[in-house]
Design a binder for this molecule. Structure first.
Ligand code: SF4
Length: 476
């Protein structure tokens, strides 16, 4: 497997990871985890890994690449046992190399444990100092090391892993949805804000699964039981599911971008289907910002439900105007601008018959850096559109995310310092409008207080790293 950077051919917001865990006394756990990870591939495409246990020995297999590239039948057959965890990674901290692939593994005395992390810690420097670790590392590795040290403090009893987690979890700040395991149990854990999703499912033939999204439960035939709560740890062993609080300072703040972009449309969170919420975003957007157009065209694929909602509410006909090549995802290429420019045409191609001579209302879910959107607008114009009116089903993305989305550099954000008029001029559109934050929160159908909105509002639910963005902190 080559070690170069893997770059996306088209830039959207990028997510940290997908995690999955299974306790399956009646079937080969590695296959269940494989298909669970397969359903979570959209959350991370740089590396994939699975760790399993037969009750005695923990075995780990991981590599760079997509789930289907990393695992084949012999690799899965070598992962023995009835319990395990899996991880699909996108690197928001640490570079993309084999050592940073997860699950992270430690052996402490008789305890062998593995960990998979979705999210970003915001106090990694403090943690590294506390643990005496110098040089490059990842937040996930620091968590594994912290647990290993707590285990070292003579915890060899049967509940050693969960006691060690409960001891060190209060030292972690920021976003962590974790799956862990030792020889005899799996563990799911969410930070006190619950920035990243995590849910629990049961298998009809007996057993349990934990996953980033409900779509992964569907994939393996598991029934949704409930979401793992913010600040909760669930431990699953031969005795069933046990729940423990890891914090008394719980304030749910699920990432609002899960509803906008990250999550699969066939998942649900807070009891609301993601597709239905995105459709409603389009309905509200049409009411807030009508457009004079002949046709509503989505930016595939996450802009699709919002475009359908916009078309239904506005009465403007819906048409596909851009086709996504489903078989090009990520590739091992040098991340030069030149290749990225070409990459967009490889991934999205116009249907001129649906665009030529039309006033096009182009609907996208978000604009983060803007370079892709600008090129898309040009593609639509080149295909014959006479006007392009861009409607975005989320508010301007103005503030960096420290909780797992790849936007910690504010200078890269198109809307950071620009007005909507300036952005419209940059994108060369005839008009531009964004869904309001109230409209977006309303479209989720969930309690608006239950979300993190920091990248859209500048209101961070937790302290953010002092040196991460000095300009931002001066403003705050
Ligand atoms: Fe999600 Fe934005 Fe909060 Fe990051 S800052 S967790 S992307 S809502």
């Amino acid at each position: 497997m080559p070690q170069e950077a893997i770059v996306p051919l088209i830039e959207g917001p990028r997510e940290a990871c997908g995690v999955f865990a299974a306790y399956t006394p009646r079937q080969r756990v590695s296959s269940v985890i494989y298909f669970g990870l397969y359903a979570l591939q959209h959350r991370g495409q740089e590396s994939a890994g699975i760790a399993t246990s037969d009750g005695e020995t923990v075995t780990v297999f991981k590599d760079l690449g997509l789930v289907a590239q990393v695992f084949d039948e012999p690799a899965l057959a070598g992962l023995d046992g009835h319990l395990g965890i899996g991880h699909a990674r996108y690197s928001t901290t640490g570079s993309n190399n084999w050592a940073n692939a997860q699950p992270a593994h430690r052996q402490v005395g008789n305890t062998s444990f593995a960990l998979g992390h979705n999210g970003n810690l915001t106090n990694t420097r403090d943690l590294a100092t506390r643990l005496g670790i110098k040089g490059a590392t990842t937040d996930s590795d620091l968590m594994a090391e912290g647990i290993a040290r707590a285990l070292d403090d003579e915890r060899s009893d049967a509940r050693g892993l969960e006691m060690a987690i409960m001891e060190v979890a209060p030292t972690w700040e920021g976003a962590f949805s974790l799956v862990l395991m030792d020889q005899g149990r799996i563990v799911g854990l969410r930070d006190p804000n619950g920035f990243r999703p995590l849910c629990l499912g049961s298998l009809p033939e007996g057993g349990w699964v934990i996953a980033s999204e409900t779509a992964a439960l569907d994939m393996v035939g598991a029934q949704f039981v409930r979401e793992v709560a913010a600040g909760e740890m669930v431990v699953i062993d031969a005795g069933g599911v046990h729940s423990y609080p890891i914090s008394h300072n719980v304030k749910p703040g699920l990432c609002l971008f899960e509803f906008v972009y990250f999550a699969r449309p066939d998942s649900h969170m807070y009891g609301r289907g993601i597709h239905a919420a995105r459709h409603q975003m389009g309905v509200t957007l049409a009411a807030e910002h009508p457009a004079d157009g002949d046709v509503v065209v989505p930016v595939p694929e996450s802009g699709l439900p919002a475009a359908q909602g916009f078309a239904a509410a506005s009465g403007i006909p819906y048409a596909d105007g851009l086709v996504k090549n489903r078989y090009i995802g990520r590739t091992f290429i040098e991340p030069t601008q030149n290749l990225r420019d070409r990459g967009i045409r490889l991934k999205l191609n116009p249907i001129p018959d649906n665009l030529r001579g039309r006033r096009v209302v182009l609907v996208d879910d978000s604009i983060v850096r803007g370079s892709t959107t600008r090129k898309l607008v040009q593609i639509v114009r080149d295909a014959g559109a006479v006007e392009v009116h861009l409607r975005v089903s989320s508010p301007p993305y103005r503030w960096p995310c420290f909780y797992g989305m790849d936007t910690s550099d504010r200078s890269e954000l198109l809307a950071a310092e620009r007005s909507v008029e300036d952005i419209a001029a940059f994108l060369e559109v005839d008009s531009l409008a964004y869904l309001s934050l109230e409209g977006l929160l309303g479209a989720t159908g969930a309690d608006p207080e239950g979300f993190c909105t920091a990248c859209l509002s500048g209101e961070y639910p937790t302290p953010v790293p002092i040196d991460a963005d000095k300009l931002l902190l001066e403003r705050l």
